[in-house]
Design a protein around this ligand. Structure first.
Ligand code: SF4
Length: 436
């Protein structure tokens, strides 16, 4: 993991919602350090998402924002395509507790209305709001209210001004060796052109995004932008598709960038309920060690020919229960057998190893119970809850292992799990786990 790329921080939110810092790391001496009184440090990478419903449908919009906030979204964006959407904002803001961003396209007046309504940040697209006077009006309104603006350059953004077309050509030569050279030159030229307007008006509270549906373009574009602009970067793969493929595209692009220190806030986008965007965004940050985990981390084996219980259902059930009932960041392992499971569950605070339609449950390496398959879920959850209480009271420490787990059947006498499961169905007496 590379250290975070230093940027000029922006601050989103107010006293009521709490303020989310995005980016950081530069000080007053930096060319973009205008108005900073002291060195800054990078804030944890934040997770954003966007509501899927109509903003003017106030009750549903508020309910969706509450749901996304509960799932862990740090910032929520809403679309404001029509006047009735910006008119709904004061009511929505009054009823919600997370910083709200207004997503503005085509109509700069929606941005002015949203600023007036009290939103915490504006997103502008240079591809469709590029009249200089209109952009200046939005900048001045945001400056007046001290709220930041995200400049979101989509791959389709167009260069308007002649001199910038020349600049794009110039940059084209710079990027000629790169697969996405032409696109990168357009994006950089557009950003330079747009940000010049902001700088001329002494406005620096800016975040940048440069999304594409192609993960490789996203990696190249943000890598180049990070070298040139010390503004916080909002990472995302746009139009990533359904959750199944969108997850891969997003994780490969965002994970690569963040491993290289690039990115200050992320939005994973799926053609699905945005709650998955929040959950998967958080999991990505946890996996990279960029955020402190909230709740349990579930480790589970992929299963193989040794499996002796219905592990896929068990894992899903355990995952659901842990999400609902465990807040302490304990590691929980669900393993299909006692042969290789202990090694694979190394470091788990609570673990279950299945064997012969049974589950052997361990807490920090100590065997605490052997229960039938039907009881595994409840007993495992009870142990997790008891362990959580002990951690909270200071009687136990996360990550401690009191003894090494020794597989009860190290010689492999358990044999093939599938064969035994079949034998059980045929009425044969199943083998038992040694010592039980
Ligand atoms: S824990 Fe056991 S069942 Fe699961 S993959 Fe490893 S060896 Fe196979």
């Amino acid at each position: 993991m590379q250290p975070r790329n230093p940027t000029r921080p922006i601050f989103v939110g107010d006293q009521r919602t709490g303020i989310v810092q995005i980016g950081g790391g530069i000080g007053p001496e930096h060319p973009l350090g205008h108005g900073l009184s002291a060195p800054t440090t990078a804030a944890p990478v934040s997770v954003q998402t966007m509501t899927a419903g109509y903003t003017h449908d106030i009750d549903k919009c508020v309910a969706e924002i509450h749901k996304l906030t509960a799932a862990g979204a740090d910032v929520v964006r809403v679309a404001v395509p029509e006047r009735k959407d910006t008119e709904a904002l004061p009511e929505i803001l009054a009823q919600t507790t997370v910083p709200i961003v207004a997503d503005v396209h085509f109509h700069f007046k929606r941005a002015l209305e949203a600023v007036e309504a009290g939103v915490h940040k504006i997103r502008l697209n240079p591809g469709n709001i590029n009249d200089r006077a209109q952009v200046e009006a939005v900048i001045d309104a945001c400056k007046d209210k001290q709220i930041p603006i995200r400049v979101g350059v989509n791959e389709g953004s167009i260069i308007e001004r002649k001199d910038k077309q020349a600049r794009a050509k110039e940059l084209g030569a710079v990027f000629s060796d790169q697969k996405h050279g032409y696109l990168l030159s357009i994006m950089i030229a557009k950003l330079e052109e747009y940000l010049d307007i902001f700088y001329e008006r002494d406005f620096y509270d800016i975040a940048i995004s440069a999304k594409s549906m192609d993960a490789t373009v996203v990696i190249d574009a943000y890598t180049e932008i990070a070298k040139r602009f010390a503004h916080p970067l909002h990472l995302g793969v746009t139009h990533a598709g359904p959750k199944e493929t969108g997850c891969i595209r997003s994780v490969v692009a965002l994970g690569s960038l963040m491993a290289n220190g690039i990115g200050d806030t992320i939005r994973i986008s799926y053609a699905n309920d945005p709650i998955y965007e929040v959950e998967d965004g958080l999991e990505l940050l946890y996996s990279l060690g960029l955020r402190e985990r909230k709740g349990a981390e579930l480790i589970a084996c992929p299963t193989c020919g040794r499996i002796q219980v219905d592990l896929f259902s068990l894992v899903q059930d355990v995952n659901d229960k842990l999400s609902a009932e465990i807040e302490v960041p304990m590691k929980v392992a669900v393993m299909g057998c006692v042969v290789n499971g202990p090694g694979e569950a190394e470091g788990a605070d609570v673990a279950v190893f299945a064997g012969d339609r049974k589950g052997i449950i361990y807490v920090q390496g100590e065997k605490v119970a052997t229960v039938g398959e039907d009881e595994i879920l409840d007993r495992l959850l009870d142990e997790c809850k008891a362990f959580q209480e002990r951690v909270r009271s200071g009687d136990a420490k996360l990550g401690e292992k009191k003894v090494d787990i020794v597989p009860p059947d190290p010689k492999g006498e358990l044999g093939s799990g599938w064969e035994k499961m079949a034998a059980q169905r045929m009425g044969h007496t199943p083998l038992t786990v040694e010592g039980r």
